[in-house]
Design a binder for this molecule. Structure first.
Ligand SMILES: Nc1ncnc2c1ncn2[C@@H]1O[C@H](COP(=O)(O)OP(=O)(O)OP(=O)(O)O)[C@@H](O)[C@H]1O
Ligand SMILES: [Mg+2]
Length: 337
């Protein structure tokens, strides 16, 4: 690690579910869950990131695993700050050595107060000159879209805690809609579905695994069975079931339709010139939640738009922030602070 790379700056996608950090000149250097394990009473932090995730659902009394961010904004300031400090240190920042410039992604529609909280947390964790970029804008840049062109682009970022849809044109956001409804709520919908349909209680990690393997936004023909472990609601006795896509049928309908409605509402606000561009260019889907099987097909079916999903939608935002960091002059108009 050279002095140059340390002083060169960092870009951070501080997500509800995952935090990713890009280091100038090096690329992505950190990708961990935004989780912290702490002692309930003293709030002393015991583990952060991947290690904290392995504690999930297995914590003894007196120990909690929490997400210091809710829907992309800081909900627990002190703990968020410790998490950010830990991640930045992992990525090579340090309070005593060099204070890196940091570009941070923020959800659209965050308040000034929430922006201030993010800036303060990043400063206290060792950064200086903190610059904020709207996440969907960063995602568009990360997807390689020419955002400065006089062409309307439609981007939908389905993350862990928020879904953000934007129409971009000439380097700025023309229209936007966001919902506090995304991948985490899809996981929760599966927990509820299993409780109601199979009287089975499962933890979040199991529900997320089921979502990723057999969950879908619409009925799909392929049949794959996976093992689901939980416990019987009535008796508390451990129980294992083999489940297929059909067994989760309907569980993700409500949430998928909310994504369709968000896109419809966004398109309905756009003037005719934009509509023509969108018809040609389609919808750029990104964020981890966009990996929900069948979501792209459902969106095409319901909106008539072509839907593009990148190879790794979990990386779009951090790659875009990295691109901004590498070319600060070129992208100076995208900063939201
Ligand atoms: N293969 C998959 N299928 C379905 N969902 C997935 C898959 N992989 C990841 N996810 C979901 O993606 C979500 C995390 O996505 P992402 O990392 O983009 O969110 P985030 O940026 O942390 O959150 P936010 O942007 O809302 O703050 C989680 O809810 C996770 O369960
Ligand atoms: Mg995100």
């Amino acid at each position: 690690m050279t002095v140059l790379s340390l002083t060169g700056g960092l870009a951070m996608d501080l997500g509800t579910a995952n935090t990713l950090i890009y280091r100038r000149g090096s690329g992505i250097v950190l990708n961990e869950p935004s989780l912290v394990a702490l002692e309930t009473e003293t709030r002393r932090v015991l583990a952060v990131g991947r290690e904290a995730k392995s504690y999930l659902g297995r914590t003894p009394r007196g120990l909690d695993v929490i997400r210091p961010l809710r829907c992309g904004v800081i909900s627990d300031f002190a703990v968020a700050q410790e998490m950010i400090r830990y991640f930045l240190a992992q990525a090579g920042a340090s309070r005593r050595l060099f204070r890196p410039k940091i570009v941070v992604g923020v959800p659209i529609g965050v308040t000034q107060l929430e922006k201030r909280a993010i800036i303060e947390a990043a400063e206290q964790a060792g950064g200086k000159d903190i610059r904020l970029v709207d996440e969907p804008m960063a995602a568009a840049i990360g997807l390689g879209l020419d955002i400065a062109a006089p062409v309307a682009r439609l981007v939908l970022d389905v993350g862990g805690g928020t879904s953000e849809g934007v129409i971009l044109s000439l380097g700025a956001t023309a229209f936007s809609e966001s919902r506090r409804l995304a991948g985490d709520q899809a996981t929760e919908a599966i927990v509820q579905h299993l409780k109601q349909k199979f009287s089975l209680a499962v933890g979040d990690n199991m529900a997320e695994y089921l979502k990723m393997t057999i969950g879908s936004a619409k009925p799909l023909s392929e049949e794959q069975a996976v093992q689901c472990r939980g416990k019987e609601v009535a008796t508390g006795i451990p129980k294992a079931l083999k489940l297929t896509r059909g067994d989760l049928s309907g569980a993700l309908d409500e949430i998928s339709l909310a994504f369709v409605e968000l896109v419809r509402l966004l398109i309905s606000q756009a003037p005719p010139e934009f509509a023509a561009d969108l018809n040609r260019d389609g919808l750029h889907l990104t964020g981890g939640g966009s990996l929900m099987a069948g979501l792209d097909q459902l969106l095409t079916l319901e909106t008539g738009l072509k839907v593009h999903v990148p190879d790794d939608p979990l990386l779009s935002v951090v790659l875009g922030l990295g691109e901004v960091l590498e070319n600060m002059q070129k992208y100076k108009s995208v900063f939201s602070n």
